[in-house]
Design a protein around this ligand. Structure first.
Ligand code: GLU
Length: 503
C-alpha cells in the first residue's frame, strides 16, 4: 500500500451504539493500526430529526472503553476537521451546485403529497414507483421544466431537493474487498436525494464529500450500506475524484433463526447488545451494557473480532495488539456471522483468569456491602482461589462468601450425605488436631489431618465431607485446607464446633 491509510468510523448519533457498530469501529481500527494508518471518528449528524442527546458522548466512551480511541475526532481534533458534519454544513452546497452545473444532478420540486400520490397510483397498478430515468421527465424538476420556470420557483423560495441524475442503460463495475466484483445495471437505480432546501445535505452527499476531503483511503462499513455503493461510485465519478476502496462487513445474525441481531433478541435471551449501559433521554428506559454486565473490554474486543473474521488457525484468544498484527480484510467472510452469547461468556471467563487479583478485589469490594470492612489483600487472596470458576465479578460472592462469613445453615441434601453417626466424634478429633497445630499453615494442616486419616484408616470422605460442610455450609468451594488456612484457626474451630452442635 503506497498511500497513507486513512479510515473512518462514521456513526450517526441517533442512540447508543449497537455492538454491530462497535465491530465496524474495531475492524476500522485494526486495519488502520495494521497499516500504520489513521483511525478517524466522524459524527454524521446531518439528520437533525434523528439526533439524540448524549449519543456522541456515548460513542466516544464506548471506543475508549474498548481501547481504540480515534486518532482524529470531534474531541481531539485533527488536520481535517471539523469532524461533526453539522459543523461542516456550509461546505456541502457548493458540491451539490457543482453536480447541477455538470449535469449530474437536478432540482426537483415535487411535494411529499405528489410523490405519495405517484407511489400509491403505481401500487394500485401493481408497479413500484422509482424516481429515475423512466419517469423523471414527467415529474416536477429542472429537467422537465423550462429554465424560467425553475428560476421562478427557486426565487419564490419553493421547497426543493437536489437529486442525482442516475444514468440509463449503463453497467457499473463496483469492487468490494470482501465481496469481489459487483455489476449493477443503472436502470434499476433511483435518483437519490443529495441535498434539501433546508440547507442540509443527505447522508450520501455529505459522506462522499467528507470521505474525499478527509482523504479516506478505505471505507469499511456494515453490509446495510452495500445498496448505496452504486450511488457512491457514481458520485466519485461525477466529481472526478478517485474513489476509496470499499469493504462491506457481513451482518451479525441472531443466535438462532433468520435475521440480524436486534435488541429484542438480547432482551429475550438475556444479553446486552450495547457496549455500555444506555439511558434513553426521552423515555428514561435503561438498556444494559457489556461493561456494566461485567465483561472485560478485552473479552468484548476478542469476541467482536470473531464476528465475521477469523485468523485461519485454531487460535481464538487474541489481544488487541495481536489482532492488529493478524487482521486481514481478505479474511473477512461474506456470509453473516452468527452471534453466540455463550461464546462471549467463554471469552470473559478466559480474560477473568488474566486479570490482576488486586484490581478484581477492589471491584469485588465495591460491589459487595459485606466486604466494606475487609482488607483488600485478603480479598485478593480469596479471588486467587476461586476465580477459576468465575466468569464475572458478580459470580465471586456465590463462590466465596464462606471466606468472609460463617455458614448459618447447612445444605439439607449435603447434610444427609455428610453428617452420619460417628461424624460428631470425627469432627471433635479434627478440632483437637487443629487446636494442636501451632504453625497454622496449609502444609501443617494437610500433614496432621491426612496423617491421622491414613493412620486410622478412616476414609477421606468421612472426614473431608463433614469438614467442608462445617466450613462452607455446602459441598462446594476450593480445597478445604486452603479454606481453613484462609479463615484462620479460631474461625475454623468455631465453625467445627457449630457443626457438631447442630448434628
Ligand atoms: N452514518 C452512517 C452510519 O450511521 C455511515 C455509513 C458509512 O460508513 O458510510 O452508519
Amino acid at each position: 500500500m503506497t498511500k497513507n491509510v486513512r479510515v473512518r468510523f462514521a456513526p450517526s448519533p441517533t442512540g447508543p451504539l449497537h455492538i454491530g457498530g462497535v465491530r465496524t469501529a474495531l475492524f476500522n481500527y485494526l486495519f488502520a493500526k495494521k497499516h500504520n494508518g489513521t483511525f478517524i471518528l466522524r459524527i454524521e449528524d446531518t439528520d437533525q430529526n434523528r439526533y439524540v442527546e448524549g449519543a456522541e458522548h456515548y460513542i466516544i466512551d464506548a471506543l475508549n472503553w474498548c481501547g481504540m480511541p480515534p486518532d482524529e475526532s470531534p474531541v481531539n481534533g485533527g488536520a481535517f476537521g471539523p469532524y461533526r458534519q453539522s459543523e461542516r454544513k456550509d461546505l456541502y452546497k457548493q458540491y451539490a451546485d457543482a453536480l447541477i452545473a455538470s449535469g449530474n444532478a437536478y432540482y426537483a420540486f415535487d411535494t411529499a403529497e405528489e410523490l405519495d400520490f405517484h407511489r400509491k397510483d403505481h401500487e394500485a397498478k401493481g408497479k413500484t414507483f422509482i424516481y429515475n430515468w423512466h419517469n423523471r421527465l414527467k415529474l416536477k424538476n429542472s429537467l422537465a421544466l423550462s429554465k424560467e420556470e425553475v428560476e421562478a420557483k427557486l426565487e419564490a423560495g419553493e421547497d426543493y431537493v437536489i437529486r442525482f441524475k442516475s444514468p440509463q442503460d449503463e453497467t457499473l463495475h463496483l469492487k468490494d474487498i470482501i465481496r469481489g466484483d459487483i455489476k449493477i445495471d443503472t436502470n434499476i437505480l433511483d435518483d437519490k436525494v443529495l441535498f434539501k432546501s433546508d440547507g442540509m445535505p443527505t447522508y450520501h452527499l455529505a459522506n462522499i464529500v467528507d470521505d474525499h476531503l478527509m482523504e479516506i483511503t478505505h471505507v469499511i462499513r456494515g453490509e446495510e450500506w452495500l445498496p448505496s455503493l452504486a450511488l457512491h461510485y457514481q458520485l466519485y465519478q461525477a466529481f472526478g475524484w478517485e474513489a476509496s476502496e470499499f469493504a462491506h462487513l457481513p451482518l451479525i445474525l441472531k443466535p438462532t433463526g433468520k435475521g440480524k441481531l436486534s435488541k429484542r433478541d438480547g432482551d429475550k435471551l438475556g444479553f446486552p447488545v450495547f457496549p455500555l449501559e444506555w439511558k434513553d433521554p426521552k423515555t428514561g428506559e435503561v438498556s444494559r451494557g457489556y461493561k456494566e454486565d461485567g465483561y472485560f473490554p478485552e473479552a468484548m474486543v476478542n469476541f467482536l473480532a470473531f464476528l465475521g473474521w477469523n485468523p485461519g488457525t485454531e487460535q481464538e484468544i487474541f489481544s488487541l495488539e495481536e489482532l492488529v498484527a493478524d487482521f486481514d480484510l481478505g479474511r473477512v467472510n461474506k456470509s453473516g456471522a452468527r452471534f453466540d452469547p455463550d461464546k462471549t461468556k467463554w471469552f470473559n471467563h478466559h480474560y477473568m483468569q488474566e486479570q490482576n487479583n488486586d484490581v478484581l478485589a477492589e471491584a469485588f469490594k465495591q460491589s459487595q456491602p459485606e466486604l466494606s470492612e475487609i482488607d483488600v489483600d485478603y480479598i485478593s487472596l480469596v479471588i486467587g482461589l476461586i476465580k477459576e470458576r468465575a466468569t464475572f465479578v458478580s459470580d465471586f460472592w456465590e463462590l466465596s462468601h464462606f471466606f468472609f462469613t460463617a455458614p448459618t445453615s447447612y445444605d439439607e441434601k449435603a447434610a444427609k450425605k455428610a453428617f452420619k453417626d460417628g461424624t460428631a466424634d470425627i469432627l471433635k478429633t479434627v478440632k483437637n488436631i487443629i487446636l494442636h497445630i501451632d504453625d497454622f499453615t496449609v502444609i501443617a494442616l494437610q500433614k496432621d489431618i491426612k496423617g491421622w486419616i491414613t493412620e486410622n484408616d478412616i476414609g477421606f470422605g468421612k472426614v473431608m465431607m463433614p469438614l467442608r460442610l462445617a466450613l462452607v455450609g455446602a459441598l462446594q468451594g476450593p480445597d478445604v485446607f486452603d479454606i481453613m488456612f484462609m479463615i484462620g484457626k479460631n474461625e475454623t474451630v468455631k465453625r467445627i464446633e457449630n457443626a457438631i452442635k447442630s448434628l
